[in-house]
Design a protein around this ligand. Structure first.
Ligand code: NAP
Length: 465
């Protein structure tokens, strides 16, 4: 009898999600040339690449070149893409069990972490991740409205998303017009009056989550002076000791860059960006009409926690920073998938090295995770490579040990008929290639990397559906 993974009985794997974690899972599976594997990738949108398309900033095109590698994986004859197909709606866990031996959930972290402070829902208070998805043309966010007619904006959080949002607000529209930012966002930015931007961090410069190239770039903006407050950037004793002990290179360089900012004088540029440290928002203050008018901040003091990390506690010093726009940028959050175990506290699918586990820690045969839904929203795109490698190693080990689903159906051709009956507007990788070509062609005419489709019905109509 043919064994699983032989040419006569290929291992059939479903991958849910087409971002970096999904594609690095595919490339890692392809590396196991001794196992015959058929891979089907499912994606809710008609377009692949997840946050590389809808999250990476439009002025960071170089980070998007990873999609060339993803394209190469998609060229494999054993790979298929089913776009515009939503897990839980068009295909269920039960369906997957009936057709596949294994499934990898690589759905990322699809929402934002709340701040849980009064005023969070005031008009003008937005999740930074919504703003990012909006300017990047994610079809589910194109109808969001951001009032950029105001002068001052605060971004809460010291991560790379906060830095991205600040950069987009602080760059001149002319610097963005040669990117793949959406036309509606570029138009809104052209009319923007925002000229005073704050990034607000609850801890100090040595604990900032952003990476050094990103913060350094803030000092190179044509139209924006960068400010920090000397009393907030000077390292306190606990941060100094912790930094010396950890030797964390990113943190050391971040501190250097921020200290350089402290030496700078304003040079009269049109916009002013101030990066604040050791301040926590306690309230988003609204006016009588419910519109944001400020952020109440409490000044923090650092202390060393039992685990050795530097934490902060509030002091009695308070202030209200007058701003009319707030972007909450305190991290993404994983979302529960239908019928799939979920650890609500950690907002991840509970797993051990990528094997989905139950509350007792026992593996759910056939179910795996990769990327942010596995480990939480951390790291850069490349972090997902090693993450997927670990998951795929477990999958191959389980195939060898015979620990896989035993699908009732021996061919997936019936599944395609079923899928098409549930989603007639299914989008294949060839369809995506057609959309991609049109986007790139439109981009060429405008000296831009691409002009994105942002509307699903428009994409489908171009594909003559
Ligand atoms: P992040 O890196 O986790 O940063 C979240 C920030 O929010 C931290 O500074 C955190 O401070 C702060 N925060 C959390 N809760 C808070 C609260 N209640 N009040 C005030 N501040 C709070 O998240 P992210 O910026 O969303 O980025 C997500 C991931 O994507 C990261 O791994 C990031 O590096 C990556 N990314 C990379 C790029 C790039 O490479 N260019 C661009 C965008 C995103 P504490 O540290 O004190 O908790």
């Amino acid at each position: 009898m043919a064994h699983l993974g032989s040419n006569d009985q290929p291992l059939r794997v479903a991958i849910i999600g087409s971002g970096p974690a999904g594609f690095y899972s595919v490339s890692n599976l392809l590396k196991h040339a001794d196992v015959c594997i058929e891979m089907d990738m499912y994606e809710k949108l008609p377009t692949p690449f997840g946050l590389v398309r809808a999250g990476v900033a439009p002025d960071h095109q170089k980070y998007k070149s990873v999609t060339r590698g993803y394209d190469k994986s998609a060229n494999a004859s054993s790979f298929r893409f089913f776009g515009n197909v939503e897990f839980g709606k068009h295909i269920t866990l039960q369906d997957l069990r009936a057709y596949y031996h294994q499934v990898i959930f690589a759905t990322g972290a699809q929402t934002d972490r709340p701040l849980d402070i009064p005023g969070e829902t005031a008009t003008g208070s937005h999740s930074a991740t919504d703003f990012v998805a909006w300017y990047n043309g994610h079809p589910e966010f194109t109808d969001r409205e951001f009032d950029l007619s105001v002068r001052s904006a605060a971004i809460i959080g010291l991560g790379n998303v906060a830095v991205d949002v600040a950069r987009i607000l602080c760059k001149e529209p002319e610097e963005l017009q040669s990117t793949d930012i959406t036309d509606y966002a570029l138009d809104a930015l052209r009319h923007s009056n925002v000229d005073t931007v704050y990034i607000l961090g609850r801890r100090g410069p040595a604990q900032a989550a952003f990476t050094t190239p990103e913060i350094k770039e803030m000092g190179e903006l044509h139209a924006t002076d960068v400010h920090v407050q000397a009393d907030e950037v000077e390292l306190d004793a606990v941060s100094r000791a912790a930094l010396a002990e950890s030797g964390d290179k990113n943190a050391i360089k971040n501190v250097e860059v921020i200290n350089e900012f402290a030496q700078w004088q304003a040079s009269g540029k049109r916009k002013q960006l101030t990066i604040r440290f050791l301040v926590s928002p306690t309230e988003i203050v609204a006016d009588a009409d419910g519109r944001v008018s400020g952020v109440r901040l409490v000044r923090n003091a650092a202390y060393r926690a039992e685990d050795g990390s530097v934490r902060v506690k509030p002091t009695t010093a308070e202030e209200v920073l007058p701003v009319q726009l707030v972007f909450r940028s305190v991290g993404y959050l994983g979302v529960r998938l239908p019928d799939v175990p979920f650890d609500a506290a950690a907002a991840v699918i509970p797993n051990r090295e990528g094997r989905v586990v139950d509350e007792q820690g026992d593996a759910h045969i056939g179910m795996y995770v990769a990327g942010w839904i596995k480990r939480g929203p951390s790291g850069v795109i490349g972090t997902n490579k090693t993450d997927a490698k670990e998951t795929v190693a477990c999958m191959i080990e389980d195939v060898r040990d015979g620990n896989c689903w035993q699908p009732a159906h021996s061919a997936v051709s019936d599944l395609i008929a079923l899928l098409r009956s549930r989603q007639p507007d299914l989008v294949t990788y060839d369809d995506w290639r057609s959309l991609d070509q049109i986007e790139v062609q439109k981009g060429l005419q405008a000296d831009r990397p691409r002009v994105k489709f942002t509307d699903v019905s428009e994409m489908l109509s171009v594909l003559e559906r």
